[in-house]
Design a protein around this ligand. Structure first.
Ligand SMILES: Nc1ncnc2c1ncn2[C@@H]1O[C@H](COP(=O)(O)OP(=O)(O)O)[C@@H](O)[C@H]1O
Ligand SMILES: [Mg+2]
Length: 222
């Protein structure tokens, strides 16, 4: 089985004012290599929490998250950070670009920390693919929301990660930019054979993925 992720019996609880709140309940699923999976579900159903676990930014209360043969719930913080840096691209609703870096510098950044050669040429080439090469020397504050998110996608995908985790990447965009940005993300992940987990409220977008998983009240409903 060429699974990239195996989540087994995952539970995530938070202690809030002495109460144990169950955020994720007995989650089990696998993600194959080069698969695009949409995660849908109402606000508060646990989608962001699930991505936090899959990125190793959070650890589960119990259960295991095997990613590329390593259990993210068993290894230390340092190793989790290393794995994230090398193998996981993250995209958020709020873009989170580095404000004092140009578009080009933002895209080059993960390639630089991963010591990838010819990072400038590669960044320019992806900015070209994303229709942004004429904006390469602009700061994020000089770009529109759609342009900022295209830069964020270029940054998340430029270093050839194993997977891109995108948390409502079009949540702050108008319908025209939603279409543009999501098509770029899906096409690029197909072209480069990079796995994609896409959290979205947009059913048109979810249907363009290979598979849809629904979260309801912290549980997967198939
Ligand atoms: N750090 C936290 N402490 C306590 N509760 C949290 C924390 N983070 C999220 N929650 C709760 O977990 C539930 C799921 O949240 P979240 O994963 O953000 O859902 P979604 O992304 O689907 O909207 C919500 O009820 C939220 O209030
Ligand atoms: Mg969320």
């Amino acid at each position: 089985m060429n699974a990239l992720y195996k989540l087994k019996n995952i539970n995530l609880n938070y202690l809030l004012n002495g109460n144990n709140i169950k955020i994720l309940k007995n989650i089990n699923f696998e993600i194959k290599k080069n698969e695009r999976v949409a995660i849908i579900g109402e606000s508060g159903s646990g989608k962001t929490s699930l991505l936090m676990l899959m990125s190793g930014l959070e650890t589960p209360t119990n259960g295991s998250i095997i990613f590329d043969k390593e259990d993210l719930s068993k290894i230390n913080e340092k190793r989790r950070t290393e794995i994230r840096k090398k193998k996981i691209g993250l995209i958020f609703q709020q873009f989170f670009l580095i404000p004092n870096y140009t578009a080009l510098e933002n895209v080059m950044f993960p390639m630089q920390i991963n010591k990838i050669n010819n990072e400038k040429e590669k960044a320019i080439s992806i900015l070209e693919d994303f229709g942004l090469v004429n904006r390469k020397n602009n700061l994020p504050s000089e770009l529109s929301g759609g342009e900022q998110q295209r830069v964020a996608i270029a940054r998340a995908i430029s270093f050839d990660p194993e997977i891109v985790l995108a948390d409502e990447p079009t949540g702050n965009l108008d319908s025209k930019n939603t279409e543009l940005v999501s098509n770029l993300l899906l096409e690029y992940s197909r072209k480069k054979k990079i796995c994609l987990i896409l959290v979205t409220h947009n059913m048109n977008l979810a249907r363009k993925c290979d598979r849809i998983m629904k979260l309801m009240d912290g549980q997967i409903k198939l």
